[in-house]
Design a protein. Structure first.
Length: 341
């Protein structure tokens, strides 16, 4: 089985974006925002958006299951206030849930949180609870920078995050650390802000001692970890300078990386530097990079090709493509077991 731990609903029907435009247009005016019930998307519209896009590519590329969350750039936690984000998160999470109900053997939902700049992260707990208990979410996306590229939030090791972590530990679910749109013109959203965030989050975890307080907390850092594998020696040296244990002891019991790296040398480096047990297969298909690579003739985000070309031993390949995800996402594993998979 091949499990893609990083999928987003980037092809949602146009009605979703139209609802969002009405919501944001009402901000700062006397106009009431649209009610959640005003968004009407039929099951047939969902099927059309999935079958001609993600599901088609999954079938073509031999991917069995995708952990499916709302479109990352659409999270836009910097827009409006907490109530704005709460309504938006609820709608987006419900769409991913509906997709998972239409295709229960192909998609499992992961939830976005209703984060908002300067607002206590604990306010996200009710939506987290709803998504796990009612919508069957197997993970959450956690934005370390709700300000949209200005980095006004405290580091992930700050105690203000702890109530959220306590709930994650209670539910035994991981978080993918994933920022949203950058409104800072210095940082392109997908080319700079995403990769900066991956690198920044890892360094925050190196600087702190979060996992001493939460030994079972698990984070997935996407996009191959940003600059982390390329600068592994730097991070090892910085950990030593900070008086921290070796990275394998300090963070790698709790931190994992995905394979959303879009060329062969990058995947080879990731697999060479980071222990295999810390790498999860992912593609983020129909995401930031959608074109065909003229050098290979294949889509940049067809990551299965790179992972299998890396010539891993069969047991390591199976770990990357399936078993590591089942270990990091216990609720996913439990659901697969109920499906006799």
């Amino acid at each position: 089985m091949i499990i893609d731990c990083h999928g987003h609903y980037t092809t949602a029907p146009a009605a979703l974006g139209e609802w969002r435009e009405r919501q944001t247009a009402a901000l700062g005016t006397a106009q009431a925002p649209p009610a959640r019930a005003e968004l009407r998307i039929s099951d047939d519209e969902l099927r059309e958006s999935i079958e001609s896009n993600q599901l088609r590519l999954m079938d073509e590329r031999g991917i069995d299951l995708t952990v499916f969350s709302p479109r990352a750039s659409f999270m836009a936690h910097h827009v409006g206030d907490f109530e704005t984000s709460a309504a938006w998160a609820a709608i987006c999470n419900e769409l991913c849930y509906r997709v998972s109900q239409l295709y229960p053997e192909r998609f499992l939902p992961a939830a976005m949180l209703p984060q908002s700049p300067g607002v206590d992260p604990a306010t996200c707990i009710p939506e987290l609870t709803r998504c796990v208990e009612e919508l069957g979410a197997v993970a959450v996306n956690l934005n370390p920078d709700p300000s949209g590229g200005h980095w006004t939030a405290p580091p992930l090791t700050d105690r203000s995050w702890y109530p959220l972590y306590e709930k994650m530990v209670e539910y035994d679910i991981p978080a993918m650390i994933h920022v949203s749109t950058s409104v800072n013109p210095a940082f392109h959203t997908t080319g700079a802000h995403y990769l900066n965030a991956d690198t920044t989050a890892f360094m925050q975890l190196v600087q702190g001692d979060l996992f001493a307080d939460f030994p079972t907390l698990r984070f997935v850092i996407p996009h191959g970890g940003g600059a982390v594998p390329y600068h592994w020696g730097r991070f090892r040296g910085l950990a030593m300078a900070l008086g921290k244990p070796p990275l394998e002891q300090h963070v790698l019991g709790n931190v994992y990386f995905d394979t959303c790296v879009y060329h062969q040398p990058g995947i080879d480096l990731l697999l060479d530097v980071v222990p295999v047990r810390n790498i999860l297969f992912a593609s983020e298909m129909i995401g930031a990079v959608r074109d065909i690579d003229p050098c290979s003739g294949h889509h940049f985000d067809d990551t299965r090709r790179y992972v299998e070309a890396a010539a891993l031993p069969p047991s390591d390949l199976a770990a990357v493509q399936e078993h590591n995800a089942r270990a990091v996402y216990p609720r996913l594993d439990a659901l697969l077991a109920r499906q006799d998979r």
